[in-house]
Write a protein that binds this ligand. Structure first.
Ligand code: GLC
Length: 534
């Protein structure tokens, strides 16, 4: 591809949540064999790359984000030979394979952490993690007031009285990135997978790598304060030095780095996209935005301005394995917090039909924007969140650590339906690790494949049109269309989204695609269209 327009700048990347994609050996868990057998499906969608969630050896306390060996495949997912075979097969089909790098923490089953526990306070083995004395007379109070993302304290005490930091589950101890050993180890891990053909990495918890060495409490002004709240373990400027070192390594292989950085807006996110840092950084404001024209417009403007300031482009995303699926989010009233609703919200508030209409429009909005876009497996089928999973099947540590006050993320991780009928709707030869709703056969790939108007065909067509008309140009400008409408031109293509309750006349031009049946020159409520100007 021409310099200035490398493949990733406008790529569509498909996220494979491995445990739930396809089960090739019938044990209820998705695996590498399952992905390999469905590579032609990914090819037929027209995506440029796949990002595979962690597949390394792990006790699976957090779906594989608790890594015990970064250079080996967990046996439930397959073997190293299969992993290399997958990367090669994918490349043969023109698909890049991105892996998930988990540098913020290891598993407590990682040999380094086991060594740290067996070593004395102050030892080099402990220095690879954040071990501290507690507060209070017997050191019985945690070193800081930091809370874990899944709930509870971010510190756990060990037998000799020291505490270790874990921003997530207690089985995910945070690494100390001021230790040169940690930096050297990850440089080696990057090379290990790049040598095997990986095209790059999505970097987990990219905003969390560096902690304030003073370990202040949250709420104390330590100079890192933004928006009034000091977060001494997030988005600290020093973390960018680490990224620059990684960038030099991936550049040797023409690989890419994608940041999962939860930060305060584009003022901060743009830092991750400076020319010697990440190639891409997810726009989580877009992902979390309510279905509202004004809010979306503000978010799109911020992204286009913020990214261009550092010579980058935005990376759009509507969902991933951590968030309530968009069909359900958009089907709830705007003032309802979808995550809280999962546990005990009023079910009558959900309008799934409305959610799906909006999700289909959102797809055309996202795929019409300049920059790259990430799809989360199943969104191309219009899958909703499975909000009624019984408590006893939940695996997300959020459920336990929040003391059953947050249901967690399992509802967006339910195994994919491939077939219209049969055991686990073709996910495997038997049941999947989470139960699928009884009506998911109608949302399966088999039920939608080749069916005009299906959500699967909408995605296929949009990705195809995008590659024909939009890839290769960053051109973008808004067309004024009044409240409750978003309209913009991308060169010869006009993208129109009707957020309102009433139909609107479609502008002139050849209709390329619509998210709703388009008749009589109107675009119905919650519909989107792409037109080619005459
Ligand atoms: C990221 C992952 C999430 C995981 C967490 C801890 O946010 O996307 O799934 O639980 O990091 O690794």
């Amino acid at each position: 591809m021409a310099p200035g327009h490398p493949w990733w700048r406008q790529a569509v990347v498909y996220q494979v949540y491995l445990r739930s994609f396809a089960d090739g050996n019938g044990d209820g868990t998705g695996d590498i064999r399952g992905i390999r057998s469905h590579l032609p499906y990914l090819r037929s969608l027209g995506v440029d790359a796949v990002w595979i969630n962690p597949w390394y050896v792990s006790p699976m306390n957090d779906g594989g984000y608790d890594v015990a060996d970064y250079r080996a495949i967990d046996p439930q997912f397959g073997t190293m030979d299969e992993a290399i075979g997958l990367i090669e097969d994918a490349r043969g089909l023109g698909l890049h394979v991105l892996l998930d790098l988990v540098p913020n923490h290891t598993s407590s089953a990682h040999p380094w952490f086991e060594e740290a526990l067996a070593s004395a306070p102050g030892s080099p083995a402990r220095d690879r993690y954040h071990f501290r004395s507690g507060r209070g007379p017997n050191g019985s109070r945690a070193p800081t007031n930091w809370a874990g993302v899944f709930g509870g304290s971010a510190w756990t005490r060990v037998d000799d009285g020291e505490w270790y930091l874990h921003l997530f589950d207690q089985t995910q101890p945070d690494l100390n990135w001021s230790s040169p050993e940690v930096a050297a180890e990850f440089e080696d891990i990057l090379r290990f997978w790049l040598e095997k053909g990986a095209a790059g990495f999505r970097v987990d918890v990219a905003n969390g790598l560096v902690k304030d060495p003073e370990y202040p409490d949250i709420g104390i002004d330590d100079g890192n304060s933004r928006g009034g709240v000091s977060i001494p373990y997030s988005d600290l400027d020093l973390l960018h030095d680490i990224v620059r070192d990684w960038r030099k390594v991936v550049d040797e292989y023409e690989g890419i780095l994608v940041a999962e950085a939860w930060v305060d807006g584009w003022d901060r996110l743009a830092n991750y996209l400076r020319p010697d840092e990440y190639h891409q950084a997810f726009d989580f404001d877009f992902m979390q935005a309510p279905w509202d024209a004004d809010i979306m417009k503000g978010i799109i403007d911020a992204a286009l301005i913020g990214s261009s300031g550092v010579g980058a482009v935005p990376t759009w995303v509507l969902s991933n394995h951590d968030i309530v699926r968009q069909v359900t989010r958009y089907g709830l009233p705007q003032d309802v917090d979808a995550r809280a609703w999962l546990l005990k919200g009023d079910r009558s508030l959900l309008d799934p039909g409305l959610g799906l209409r909006r999700a289909r429009s959102a797809a055309l909005l996202m795929l019409g924007l300049p920059g790259s876009a990430y799809l989360y497996q199943g969104e191309e089928l219009g899958l909703p969140e499975v909000h009624d999973l019984p408590f006893e099947v939940l695996e997300d540590p959020t459920w336990v650590r929040s003391r059953h006050t947050r249901k967690g993320r399992d509802g967006c991780r339910v195994p994919l339906p491939w077939a219209a009928s049969g055991p686990s709707f073709g996910f495997g030869t038997d049941g999947g690790w989470l139960p699928q709703p009884a009506d998911w056969g109608s949302l399966s790939v088999e039920a939608q494949d080749g069916v005009p108007g299906s959500t699967l065909e909408l995605y296929r067509e949009a990705i195809d049109l995008r590659s024909r008309y939009l890839v290769g140009t960053d051109k973008f400008h808004w067309v004024d269309a009044g409240d409750e409408m978003l309209v913009f031109d991308r060169g010869q293509v006009r993208v129109v989204v009707n957020f309102g309750a009433d139909p609107v006349p479609l502008p002139h031009g050849e209709i390329l695609i619509t998210s709703v049946p388009a008749g009589d020159g109107v675009l119905t409520s919650q519909g989107a269209a792409w037109l080619r100007s005459d």
